[in-house]
Design a binder for this molecule. Structure first.
Ligand SMILES: [Zn+2]
Ligand SMILES: [Zn+2]
Length: 274
């Protein structure tokens, strides 16, 4: 998927700023694009290869197998909780709490395998599908939140060069299309390389991330930000980004991820941060 790589590189290197969708043309173009895509590549379910009515999607049988999101997440830190909470005992660990945290599914079969292939196996063409799955679970919450701007968790430039694409940016871009919401890929930057969080003890994580991000107050101040990543693991990366966005004057910062791990310890090393 050469074109996706190019797009991702442009995305991350700051080639794009905010990209409001052209209002009236978009639905027609989307339909046309969809029909062309369906004609060139007859839509099949990427998991079981049975034909499906249209891109992007999974067949009904595979949809049934998706591991529905944890029922409640602490809205401050994203910890899994027994009941709805706005803050929990783990929140102080996180420094600056988010205004809300949403995850669509558990990091579990079949999505765990899909995520590995999406993230490390160049399956960048799955970004619209993964965004559609995220939207299918979180549409009500995202509509209520009504963000001004969608921002992906950035990769440091050197990591981007090594991987050739930022999976979070591709996911955020597809989600921005889905929500018809502006995307910004250069108002939050990763300015320092960090050790993968999963290789550190919890007390080292915040120190490791300090100064890792820089935000552009001009674009952030007074705005409601939807901060997107693929997997929520320890949450510490997301919360460092939340702190920086809040310092830059964001009115509200909500975290949204496709997947949420059950236990950080069970996480393959480097998956979240690599
Ligand atoms: Zn299927
Ligand atoms: Zn909490």
């Amino acid at each position: 998927m050469e074109s996706s790589h190019t797009e991702a590189s442009m995305t991350q290197s700051g080639g794009t700023t905010e990209e409001p969708m052209p209002g009236s043309l978009l639905p027609g173009l989307k339909r046309l694009g969809g029909r062309l895509l369906d004609a060139l590549y007859p839509p099949i379910c990427p998991l079981c290869k049975t034909p499906i009515p249209h891109h992007p999607g999974l067949c009904d049988t595979c949809m049934e197998t998706l591991p529905d999101a944890p029922r409640h997440l602490c809205q401050g830190c994203g910890a899994v909780t027994m009941e709805p909470l706005t803050s929990c005992t783990e929140c102080p660990e996180m420094g600056t709490p988010a205004d809300a945290v949403y995850s669509a599914f558990w990091y579990q079969s079949p999505l765990d395998n899909m995520m590995l292939r999406y993230k490390f196996g160049d399956r960048t063409e799955w970004a619209p599908l993964l965004a559609a799955l995220m939207w299918s679970q979180l549409e009500v919450s995202f509509t209520q939140e009504n963000p001004h701007l969608i921002i992906p968790i950035p990769l440091h430039y050197r990591r981007l060069v090594a991987r050739r694409y930022n999976q979070a940016a591709l996911l955020a871009r597809s989600l921005a299309h889905q929500m018809d919401c502006p995307l910004s890929t250069n108002s939050l930057k990763r300015i320092r390389m960090t050790t993968p969080q999963t290789e550190l003890y919890s007390d080292e994580r915040r120190r490791n991330l300090h100064g890792a991000f820089r935000a552009e107050p001009r674009r952030i101040a007074g705005r409601r930000i939807l901060l997107v990543d693929d997997v929520l693991t320890t949450g510490s990366t997301m919360h460092e980004a939340v702190a920086v966005l809040k310092e830059a004057g964001a009115e509200r910062v909500i975290i949204a991820t496709l997947l949420r791990t059950k236990t950080p310890a069970a996480q393959p090393r480097g998956l979240y941060e690599a």
